[in-house]
Design a protein around this ligand. Structure first.
Ligand code: ASP
Length: 323
């Protein structure tokens, strides 16, 4: 199981429906035939739909930065995704607070943390990058910046998020991190120019402590891109990812010659070795290198990631894992 990666589903861009599952005959190394551009890789099954929007940009010779922003906005705006943007699980006070970061091919980055009431935090993060001398704006300051730049203040709750919070409030217990109450979208893209950009956006952990910020807006933790080398994105328990600066580590490991797969695996192993309990927590990485190889790895078997290439279309893969 550990070395096998299955291509478990293919995604029809035209019909927008899942096709019959197929087995990837290149299971031992899924990236070997993918040395082409453009390329998109993103976390979780919701990455499939996000990839479609990102691909629209790349196929028109667009910039990777525009692709990742457009791609993850699809997930942010989808109320059925309960871990990103609109309809995210609230914090323990019942507020939806969002984190996001974006990084371009020039090594510039922007981020927002603890942002409320804005449906598309990734676009605010991009504006922080492009319109301010700063990297991150947080909380009320981030909200005021967004409102001053044309974003609308909106209620991000859905009936489901309200009801989930009310249910949780009855017990008021810290919720164990499981496979259902988190799931950031991280996305990396290589455009026709060979330039790499990345985006990462999340509602964070369900019923988290008010004010809690995870890895997703932290450059080098939730997201890192070095256009000379490659990029990496994270999902899973932010506290573990932050303690090991996983995505920066992955890019540095690739700089030293590791493949994206081997670099993701090493970053997961580092977390397991250095952070008590990391072996029991979900931590997952995706990565691409400048050559168009991609890889992923996780602590457990739950992780799936979506890849879009010209040759293979939009496909969902199961990542290898330590446990
Ligand atoms: N990394 C996110 C956070 O800790 C959650 C996730 O990816 O599931 O906020």
């Amino acid at each position: 199981m550990k070395r096998k990666t299955f291509l478990i589903r293919s995604f029809s861009t035209l019909a927008g429906i899942f096709a019959v599952p197929t087995i990837n005959l290149l299971a031992q190394n899924p990236s070997q035939d993918q040395k082409n551009k453009p390329l998109i890789i993103s976390t979780w099954p919701h990455g499939l739909e996000a990839n479609v929007a990102a691909w629209e940009v790349l196929k028109e010779n667009g910039r990777a930065l525009d692709a990742v922003e457009k791609g993850v906005r699809v997930t942010e705006l989808d109320p059925s995704v309960t871990s990103v943007g609109v309809g995210s699980y609230p914090d323990s006070d019942g507020n939806i607070t969002l984190d996001a970061s974006i990084m371009n091919e020039h090594g510039n980055c922007g981020a927002v943390s603890f942002l409320q009431h804005i449906k598309t935090p990734i676009s605010v993060a991009r504006m922080v990058m492009e319109k301010t001398p700063h990297v991150m704006l947080a909380g009320e300051g981030a909200l005021q910046f967004a409102l001053a730049n044309g974003f609308r203040k909106e209620d991000l709750h859905t009936d489901f998020s309200r009801q989930q919070w009310k249910e949780w409030k009855k017990s008021n217990k810290i919720v164990p991190i499981d496979l259902h109450n988190h799931d950031t979208i991280s996305m990396l893209a290589i455009d026709n120019n060979g330039d790499i950009s990345g985006a990462c956006t999340t509602g964070g952990l369900a019923f988290k402590h008010p004010g809690r910020v995870g890895d997703s807006p932290i450059i080098g933790a939730g997201l890192y891109v070095d256009n000379e080398i490659g990029g990496a994105g994270a999902t899973g328990v932010g506290e573990v990812i932050m303690k090991t600066l996983g995505t920066h580590l992955i890019v540095e490991l690739m700089r030293n010659g590791l493949s994206p797969y081997a670099a993701c695996k090493e970053a997961v192993m580092r977390a397991v070795k250095k952070v008590p309990d990391a072996r029991n927590l979900p931590v997952y990485y995706i990565a691409v290198n400048k050559q168009g190889d991609f890889g992923a790895y996780g602590t457990n078997t739950a992780f799936e990631y979506a890849v879009y290439t010209e040759n293979k279309g939009n496909t969902l893969h199961k990542a290898d894992s330590v446990f």
